[in-house]
Design a protein around this ligand. Sequence first.
Ligand SMILES: C[S@@+](CC[C@H](N)C(=O)[O-])C[C@H]1O[C@@H](n2cnc3c(N)ncnc32)[C@H](O)[C@@H]1O
Length: 412
Amino acid sequence: MEKPQLEKASALGYADPHIDELLKHSIRTQLESLLKSKVTTEQRVQLLQKSFVEAMTLVLSDTQVTHQQLVKAFENMYDQAVQSMALADLSQEVLTRQYISATGLVMSVHNCKHTIKDVYRIKGYARGIDQAIRGKLKNNSTITILYPACGPFAPLLLPLLSYYKNSQTFDSQQIKVILVDVQPGAVMTLKQLIKDLQLDDYILQIAEADATQFTPDVAIDLLVLEAMQHGFTKEGQLSIAKHLVKFLNIDGWMIPQNVSVKGMMVIGETEFNQQWKNVEYSHSMNVNNQAQQDRVELGEILRINKSTLLAMDELELQDGVRVISANQIVLPTDVDDMSKRILAIYAHIDTFAEESVGQYDSGITNPKPDMTFYVDLKPREVEHTHFVASSGDTVQFYYQLSGLTGFVPVKI
Ligand SMILES: C[S@@+](CC[C@H](N)C(=O)[O-])C[C@H]1O[C@@H](n2cnc3c(N)ncnc32)[C@H](O)[C@@H]1O
């Protein structure tokens, strides 16, 4: 029995030694979490709800909250949510299956569970979503929110709904939510968590579906989406947004309202090491002025919002590979040490109103170095993945939508 199972797993790319480590780790995490829960079901559910409400109370507060307070509250929320996940009783296969779909990386449920601890990402989104919900409910008695690729804990929305329910701010007549995730294990966990949080009334539908194919039955007022990694690579944010933006009401809003992806040439040691030597944690508020001034900004290479998405044309290359045309940049000619610099790509996310997730606030907005992009320097052995250009060249960026997503520079 065992051999065929292993072969099957290997074909799907989730039974290599690295994943084996993950399996052991995940079993341990679940057991630890269950051991911790020497409480009655009623007590567990109360602690879970309390942790979600407390994290959101801090996030929505306009008074000063320390980094430590936030981290502690989010860790607590994570610990409680993992207990619901353990009760959902996912098999190891369902928990650890990770693969590349036609439109991007589909992370395993096991890896996705950590996103609920990503404090400043959730803060930027939750504060923005809160204002968008309040704005919409001024003129509507009920609104529908679509949250695709929500992961096992739907952390951009479920904590907020817990807060609304607890504080009796908005009830389930006013807010209806559709959750979509392609991972069966994410859907199983969501069902358990929503039951434990007693939020069922707010949930219109939980769909196990590919968000790039999903068609909602009703028009959408708010589309909430975060399926990206640093450098705007790997995951399918753009394909998902491009498909689902069509189902927004004419006055519907997408959150994030805008994602701006920029390129810069940096000295790696300054940007990624020296800059962080004397700070407690990386955050846009803790960047170092000198390191920032040392950057050579290349400008915006892609802008994603409701109107750019509706206007984006896809190109189909050989083998069905789909790309979209992004911006052109001109490599500056007045930089003495250009040959020592590397390209780094980073995103700034405006979630809603004045709320944002800035550079270094989250893993998803950390600048990503691209070691295949050479300016004024030839790699010792040129490989087909290398891009070689000179100061003064014009570079056209494309964005690859198929497989592992990311930017492709082309010299013109
Ligand atoms: C990083 S995790 C969760 C991110 C989540 N939005 C959050 O804020 O924490 C990514 C999730 O997106 C889901 N996903 C990726 N591509 C998808 C697609 N095309 N359709 C539906 N779900 C998708 C994965 O199954 C995974 O659960």
